[in-house]
Design a binder for this molecule. Structure first.
Ligand code: NAD
Length: 416
């Protein structure tokens, strides 16, 4: 298992691997390895008991050559500057690989939102938003939800920023509620993107999607949506898991019914149409498509050799360790990497930003159609690079992304 401290080193390792396939000047490589700017803020928050507590937050811009910085804000007790730096870098590549006019950013506050009241969370959010206004803005840096943050928190950030300016500026964040300028289709976007690239990968593998068996780790905003959309596409969803355990039915189950059960009972475990299995059994299930959609470092050197999937589509960020990656490659299992597979979320965030800027809103059908076009085209581009250079899709996605940023950098030149 890689440690959190190593997340940035891991991002750099992936970068160093990819640049072997590109002819870049030394200075450009160095430029791309470092974040452009990093802000650390220590700020006071009034707590419900009348005390004042100091919190630490960060906002990092990795690169803004292609456009304004884009990336989520994470509220978690384990947030570190190094982690935020790594995630900002990955956002640069994610936006570039699907061709969005954005650079990469990430933010975070060291806090435990589960232990804070709504009032404390609002106080923290409004003060943090004020502190990062130095970097944030609809033309410069557009945050979005990440772990521990949601559409309500985006609404508070949008309101805080707008109060300072004196008028409403919805384009300053994405992932907002639809009633204040959010986009239709945003909630399902990441899972929908996973479904689209899974179908594209199946086509390339000559594996019929109809009847393909699917195993999903993590049954949240990404995993559950990917499960029911793949079910709609004709797949058989045979297993799912969450923090409480794993369920399995070789004949398949109705993923929407499982989601209903999870909403009622807080877990997939106990769903009447499936048996409970252990975590070890879960990873060893024979299946066509495996979707890790929970968290980082789940497919490791330990379980990698026992995985029996033909295709892995990474819904989560960083679910496969570099050691496991090597094992899967040697075993001929195709992995569609996170920066491509879960880019549906940031793609519809981009649509939300565009709609907020022009105050003209699209219907859900249009959002989904445009998402499909971008995901299908991006998959095809990465697939072509992988075939031409005879490399895995993760390296190919990085090569494609770095090439796009480097080209923009060459064209713009080094200032002054
Ligand atoms: P979520 O909180 O809605 O769902 C996560 C799910 O994973 C929950 O069902 C949880 O119980 C389960 N889970 C957590 N740890 C687990 C474990 N060890 N074993 C099994 N299940 C476990 O989160 P989400 O938004 O669906 O995000 C999931 C992953 O996708 C994260 O890595 C996130 O960074 C990534 N991602 C999300 C989006 C998005 O738009 N939501 C976009 C890009 C990437």
């Amino acid at each position: 298992m890689h440690k959190k401290e190593n997340v940035y080193q891991m991002a750099l390792r992936q970068f160093d691997e990819a640049i072997k396939y590109l002819k870049l000047k030394r200075g450009i490589i160095e430029y791309l390895r470092y974040p452009k700017r990093e802000l650390t803020v220590n700020f006071p928050v009034k707590m419900d008991d009348g005390s004042v507590k100091i919190f630490t937050g960060y906002r990092v811009h990795h690169n803004v050559v292609l456009g304004p910085a884009k990336g989520g804000i994470r509220y978690h007790p384990d947030v570190t500057l190094e982690e935020i730096r790594a995630l900002a870098m990955l956002m640069t590549w994610k936006c570039a690989v699907v061709g969005l006019p954005y650079g990469g950013a990430k933010g975070g506050v060291i806090c435990d939102p589960k232990k804070m009241s709504p009032q404390e969370l609002e106080n923290l959010t409004r003060r943090y938003a004020t502190e990062i206004t130095l970097m944030m803005g609809p033309e410069s840096d557009i945050p979005a939800p990440d772990m521990g943050t949601d559409s309500q928190i985006m609404a508070w950030i949008m309101d805080t920023y707008s109060m300072h300016k004196g008028y409403s500026i919805p384009a300053v964040v994405t992932g907002k509620p639809v009633s204040i300028g959010g986009s239709l289709g945003r909630d399902e976007a990441t899972g929908r993107g996973v479904m689209i690239v899974a179908k594209e990968a199946c086509k390339r593998l000559g594996m019929p999607i109809e009847g393909a068996t699917v195993v999903v780790q993590g049954y949240g905003k990404v995993g559950a949506v990917a499960a029911y959309l793949l079910h709609d596409a004709g797949c058989r969803i045979i297993a799912a898991s969450d923090t409480k355990g794993c369920i399995y039915n070789p004949n398949g189950f109705d993923p929407r019914d499982v989601l209903r059960h999870k909403k009622e009972t807080k877990s997939v475990v106990g769903y009447p149409g499936a048996d409970i299995i252990s975590n070890e059994e879960f990873w060893e299930l024979p299946c066509d498509i495996l979707i890790p959609a929970a968290m980082e470092a789940q497919i490791t050197a330990e379980n990698g050799p026992r995985i029996k999937a033909k295709l892995i589509v990474e819904g989560a960020n960083g679910p496969t360790t570099p050691d496991a990656d090597k094992i899967l490659r040697e075993r001929g299992i195709l992995v569609v990497p996170d920066i491509l597979a879960n880019a549906g979320g940031v793609t519809v965030s981009y649509f939300e930003w565009v709609q907020s800027l022009i105050s003209f809103f699209w219907d859900e059908e249009e959002v989904n159609k445009k998402l499909k076009e971008i995901m299908t085209k991006s998959f095809a581009e990465v697939w072509t690079v992988a075939k031409e250079k005879e490399i895995d899709m993760r390296t190919a996605a990085m090569v494609r992304a770095i090439a796009k940023v480097a080209e923009a950098l060459y064209l713009r030149g080094i200032y002054p």
